[in-house]
Design a protein around this ligand. Structure first.
Ligand SMILES: NC(=O)c1ccc[n+]([C@@H]2O[C@H](COP(=O)([O-])OP(=O)(O)OC[C@H]3O[C@@H](n4cnc5c(N)ncnc54)[C@H](OP(=O)(O)O)[C@@H]3O)[C@@H](O)[C@H]2O)c1
Length: 328
């Protein structure tokens, strides 16, 4: 593996690709801690510095896992975590962004991660009941106290981003962005560029679908949350296979995998874009990092985009309940 380039999210320097850790504890069926820790350490060995977690993933399990994996190696890591979901997975969603909750959530994350500061602290979802000025004001206090270095938002809308950035510089916006989820491009990406906010696309592999790994919902574990996500449910997965078929063709012509092509497309969105593909496996980690070296011409980009026209993607990216909490 050649050296991984550095990119900047606001003032924060990170490896050009991060590692999404959610699936190691949450959402995608059973995971194996020993395997996950080996993957996390392998990522650091390969020069990935940017790890992404949340207090919500596995109700704290994911932060604890990362704390164990990076013990003795804290200086090699840019640690990003999030707060905001006050419910557990499977319970009705309850978002909290009040100042007292922000302080309490940060202390709990620091304890679980076994660190004295968080490098990038995101609000996971905007609390519609609390003015963003209160939430970001409390986050800014954490920066002044040395508990947090940089601030981020996830799935925030344009107005919220502007108001938040006026309280304290926002280093990064983490929102879904991939070949089959391009909602961000019209308004949010230009706004972030105007304000100097870096972009962290989550689910850049379309929750694994764009790698071509899934051809039926039956391949997902009973507990896998994708079973209830519209793009995987109700026959939509089968309809979306047309996208993967075209990606596979284009990938084969370039001698790469469909997943690498999908990741390379995200990486070509700009130098201020740092995707965080998620995996529990060293093999996929290596494959995903190799996508950093995939060069795409203007013709390649056009052909890749033509493989996934937004109007042909079957199903919304979240169900109605969860869609209500994005673009907040
Ligand atoms: N802010 C938010 O609201 C939010 C929401 C969702 C996710 N995230 C963050 O973004 C990260 C990435 O998103 P994601 O995990 O939802 O989706 P993703 O990165 O698009 O896809 C992850 C899925 O793809 C599989 N995969 C990864 N590399 C592969 C490869 N090379 N070949 C075949 N399969 C591959 C993984 O399998 P295995 O796990 O089995 O290896 C996993 O099932 C998360 O880990 C989390 O940190 C944030």
């Amino acid at each position: 593996m050649t050296d991984i380039p550095t990119r900047h999210l606001g003032e924060l320097a990170v490896s050009a690709q991060g590692l999404g850790c959610m699936g190691m504890s949450h959402g995608y069926g059973a995971a194996d801690d020993a395997q996950s820790i080996a993957t996390l350490r392998h990522a650091l060995d390969l020069g990935v510095t940017f790890l992404d977690t949340s207090d919500f993933y596995g109700a704290g399990h994911n932060e604890q896992l990362i704390g164990r994996a990076i013990a003795g190696r804290r200086d090699e890591v840019v640690l990003a975590t999030k707060f905001g979901f006050a419910n557990r997975l499977g319970e009705p969603t309850r978002i909290r962004g009040d100042a007292a909750y922000v302080r309490q959530a940060c202390e709990a994350s620091l304890r679980r991660l076994r660190v004295d500061h968080i490098d990038l602290y995101y609000q996971h979802r905007v609390d519609p009941q609390v003015p963003i000025e209160e939430t970001v004001g409390a986050m800014a206090e954490l920066v002044r106290a040395g508990k947090v270095r940089h601030l981020g938002l996830s799935e925030a809308g344009a107005r919220t981003i502007r108001r938040a950035h006026a309280v304290h510089p926002i280093a990064a916006l983490q929102s879904e962005w991939s070949l089959w989820t391009r909602d961000l491009e019209a308004e949010i990406v230009p706004l972030c560029r105007e304000l100097g906010i870096g972009l962290v696309p989550f689910s850049p592999l379309g929750r694994g679908f764009l790698t071509g790994r899934y051809s039926s919902v039956e391949e997902l574990a009973e507990t896998d949350m994708r079973r209830s996500q519209p793009r995987f449910a109700d026959g939509n997965l089968e309809r979306n296979l047309a996208i993967v078929a075209k990606l596979n063709e284009l990938a084969a012509a370039k001698g790469v995998t469909a997943g690498q092509l999908a990741l390379a497309w995200v990486q070509h969105r700009g130098d201020d874009v740092v995707p965080i593909p998620g995996t529990r496996r060293q093999r996929y980690l290596e494959e995903n990092l190799a996508a950093l070296a995939v060069e795409l011409s203007a013709e390649d980009l056009t052909a890749i985009e033509a493989a996934a026209p937004p109007e042909q993607v079957a199903g919304t990216r979240y169900d109605a309940t969860n869609l209500a909490f994005v673009n907040g």
